[in-house]
Design a protein around this ligand. Structure first.
Ligand code: HEC
Ligand code: HEC
Length: 440
């Protein structure tokens, strides 16, 4: 069921009627997400407590200290407030979308859709990454346009196709109908509700989503029996022949498996002309600076073809055309589909993509080239990736592994053995009018 609530006053009225909990019934499935209260129950089952998280064993002490900004020390009061906000549908203009709609606890804190659906059932251009462990990134969003978790959290609220609030003040108005908020803000930040503290509190809550307890972690810690022999073979390939480690570096100062850099790995612009798009983007962004500049990139990235330009929209550096942030590999088993555009359905598709050296384009990263992995080597790397899911998400991980495997038996749309084994080279295929020939 969809419920559109026109005008702020009605929204406040609806909020007052249902001061506790949400304006929607517990069994509702807005935009396909599990209802907020059911997600909160699930959170409890997953053992995500509203308490200040302790430093995980795998994470370096100095690194752990660094992830919390000076003006937003994590406290139980801030977590409690952020936890309420994250699941609150009233943050959106029509009362149907919360953060938890697109970062759903039942779906690995994503929506498991190619691209996300916001208010009025509008589709964006990008795939929703997980909020699990997101705190460990240095920059946020697929193009790194937000410098902190705090800054990130404020943008979807005012994006027209996500939560659709016309301004930061409007969202403060929208939650004013719930009398429990004012004392929660007072306790957390010593001030009345305001847009900046909404961003801070949600970030404090997100810092409780530490999901690093996987079989793979026990293997790294010295338990050689924690993962299968096949996954162990995958780990050798990951660090060697498959070259994954060159971008997905994994170590105590970087538990996510990302180099925190941006690369064009030949996903973007399968069907677009990069140079035309870049020209358009420079025009559209002319003169937009600071906060206005950030919001302008946010709109263009989520609502237009310019989405495919990736990091270029932030740096305006041509070397960044089609480059996206190296995504985390943690819990990747439960967050399909994959890549910034959600174009790859299974981890087998991901391996097929890398194996053929990505989609040829003029801005392709030098680290992407055909890998000549055999079928059993592909299976081994996939087994490794499925071993990186936190134990608390094991059931969904097992379900996904079975479902993706089943699909891979009949559907491998990105497999190209000729390219992977270098029997033909990408430019030859382009010259012959093959898949890499368009758009340049
Ligand atoms: C309509 C769906 C939708 C809603 C609502 C939404 N998000 Fe997102 N979220 C996305 C998409 C899509 C992206 C990727 C956008 C991009 O990178 O350009 C994203 C990115 C993120 C990231 C960055 C992760 C990373 O790896 O850099 C975080 C963190 C996040 N969202 C948290 C939130 C929070 C907190 C809220 C609520 C205030 C929220 N999101 C609301 C869809 C949504
Ligand atoms: C040159 C750097 C680079 C190399 C090498 C690389 N990756 Fe990536 N990886 C990225 C980037 C950048 C993205 C995000 C791209 C996008 O969204 O368009 C990504 C995305 C992914 C994703 C999708 C995650 C998600 O949530 O959507 C997976 C899985 C992945 N890589 C696994 C691997 C594996 C396995 C290998 C080795 C076979 C590998 N990568 C090699 C840079 C790299």
């Amino acid at each position: 069921m969809r419920r559109a609530i026109p005008g702020g006053r009605l929204l406040v009225a609806a909020a007052l009627l249902c001061a506790v909990g949400s304006a929607h019934g517990a069994d509702e499935n807005l935009h396909g997400a599990l209802a907020p209260q059911a997600q909160l129950d699930l959170l409890e089952k997953l053992g995500v407590a509203p308490t200040v998280p302790r430093q995980p064993a795998l994470v370096d002490v100095e690194f752990w200290k660094d992830i919390v900004p000076a003006d937003n020390e994590t406290t139980p009061e801030r977590i409690e407030l952020g936890r309420k906000l994250y699941f609150d549908l009233h943050l959106s203009k029509d009362g149907t979308v919360a953060c938890a709609t697109c970062h759903d606890a039942a779906k690995g804190f994503t929506d498991q859709r190619p691209v996300s659906e916001g208010i009025g059932d509008q589709l964006g251009r990008r795939n929703a990454p997980t909020t699990l462990n997101a705190m460990f990134f240095q920059e946020f969003f697929l193009d790194g346009r937000a410098p902190s978790l705090e800054a990130q959290a404020k943008l979807p609220i005012v994006n027209p196709i996500e939560m659709g609030q016309p301004s930061g003040d409007a969202v403060v108005q929208a939650i004013a109908g719930d009398p429990s908020y004012a004392p929660l803000f007072q306790k957390a930040y010593g001030r009345p509700p305001n847009y900046d503290d909404i961003g801070r509190a949600i970030a404090a809550f997100e810092r409780t989503l530490v999901f690093l307890g996987s079989p793979f972690d026990r293997f790294l810690a010295g338990d050689s029996q924690a993962i299968s022999d096949q996954a162990k073979q995958g780990w050798v390939l990951f660090n060697g022949k498959a070259r994954c480690m060159s971008c997905h570096a994994l170590n105590p100062s970087n538990p996510l498996g990302t180099d925190n850099r941006f690369h064009n790995i030949g996903v973007a612009a399968r069907h677009q002309n990069f140079n035309e798009l870049a020209k358009k983007a420079l025009q559209a962004l002319q003169g937009a600076k600071g906060k206005a500049g950030l919001e302008a990139v946010d709109h263009l990235a989520l609502e237009t073809d310019m989405s495919e330009l990736g990091r270029f929209m932030v740096t305006k550096d041509r070397a960044d055309i089609g480059a996206f942030k190296t995504l985390q590999l943690r819990n990747v088993g439960v967050t399909p589909p994959y890549m910034h555009d959600g174009s790859l359905q299974t981890l087998w598709d991901v391996l097929d993509h890398y194996n053929k050296g990505g989609e040829a384009n003029a801005y392709l990263d030098g680290g992407i080239e055909p890998l000549a992995l055999s079928e059993s080597e592909i299976d081994a790397v996939v087994a490794l990736l499925f071993s990186m899911t936190d134990d608390r998400l094991k059931d969904e991980n097992d379900r996904q592994q079975a479902a993706q495997h089943e699909r891979s038996l009949t559907q491998r749309p990105f497999r190209d053995n000729e390219l992977a084994m270098r029997k033909v080279l990408p430019f030859e295929e382009r010259a012959a009018g093959g898949p890499g020939s368009g758009g340049r």
